[in-house]
Design a protein around this ligand. Structure first.
Ligand code: 9WO
Length: 287
């Protein structure tokens, strides 16, 4: 059974469908409204998300507002009132597509909320990703052109999300970013049980440095502690590196998170060592 059905072959648009259960009552469900369903192959064809779909841990349904137009040209865009360059997405096909997605999710017992991806949205950090991952399903609206009619936001959109302070050419990549970050958290999506919990950011810290073979590359050796076999010392070193790098690169994250006394001492030692070995380098915070 193909994971992706071609939009022009189905009546209701695209469907990338995995049905079933894996550690939760139902597979988590995403319904995406997009003019460019083919872009989602980046997510559905290979990698962690593709495997999670195959394992029926999550499902992604794609549908295009073009299938909900009533004119011969299947028009999805229109000119903005007040003039100016560019076009907006028409209210009616978008609303019809959103409602069809919600109705289909409801038939599967999933009450989905609707999120619009836009630079005006609430910032999505790892804590938000974790919250999003606890809902049974979401309808994600990926806009194009200069955006959507404001009344659609008032009438149909429950949440507006931003993945960062930059403008893309459409909401599709942002929707993929959110789905990727969410789906890899779902139980069974990653091979090893604990790897999502150990992620950078789930701890509120940046990740520590990593090393693999060979032991020496161009005079750079692997930190000795990692070869010691002393697991407690290794864990302490990794936490210390994470604290040090977070202090240097993203002090506002450390500020928001706070530190235990043990962590404060590990950071102090890290900064003392950094000042000793590379005076004027690395011991300064950025900015
Ligand atoms: C395009 C444009 C062109 C000329 C003048 C002003 C303009 N504004 C935009 C614009 O914001 N287009 C958006 C494209 C409309 C909504 C979907 N698009 C989008 C979503 N771009 N960037 C995002 C996005 C989503 C989530 N997080 C970060 C960015």
């Amino acid at each position: 059974m193909p994971l992706v059905s071609e939009p022009w072959l189905g009546q209701m648009g695209w469907s990338v469908t995995r049905v079933g259960v894996a550690g939760r009552a139902e597979a988590m469900r995403f319904d995406v409204i997009t003019l460019f369903p083919a872009q989602f192959a980046a997510l559905t064809e290979e990698g962690v998300v593709a495997r999670a779909l195959q394992r029926r841990i999550a499902r992604i349904h794609l549908r295009t507002p073009r299938d909900y137009t009533s004119d011969a040209h299947r028009t999805v865009d229109d000119r903005p009132y007040g003039g100016g360059p560019g076009m907006l997405m028409r209210y009616e096909p978008l609303r019809a597509a959103i409602e069809a997605a919600k109705a289909e999710a409801a038939k599967d017992g999933v009450r989905s909320r609707v999120a619009y991806l836009s630079p005006q949205g609430q910032p999505i950090d790892q804590a938000q990703i974790e919250r999003i991952s606890t809902a049974p399903g979401w309808v994600l609206v990926a806009g194009r052109y200069e955006g959507i009619d404001e009344r659609l936001i008032e009438d149909c959109i429950d949440e507006e999300w931003s993945i960062g302070d930059y403008v893309l050419s459409g909401g599709e990549l942002a929707a993929m970013v959110v789905m990727d970050a969410v789906i890899r958290l779902l139980p069974g999506a990653l091979g090893h049980a604990d790897s999502a919990r150990q992620d950078s950011h789930s701890s509120g810290l940046l990740d520590c440095p990593h090393y693999t073979r060979p032991e020496t590359i161009g005079g750079h050796s692997v930190p000795k502690v990692l070869l010691s076999g002393d697991h407690q010392a290794i864990e302490r070193w990794r936490l210390q590196q994470a604290l040090g790098r977070t202090w240097q690169r993203r002090p506002e994250l450390l500020q928001a998170r706070g530190m235990s006394e043990v962590e404060q001492r590990l950071l102090d030692d890290y900064l003392r060592e950094a000042a000793r070995s590379k005076p004027g380098v690395g011991s300064e915070q950025s900015e």
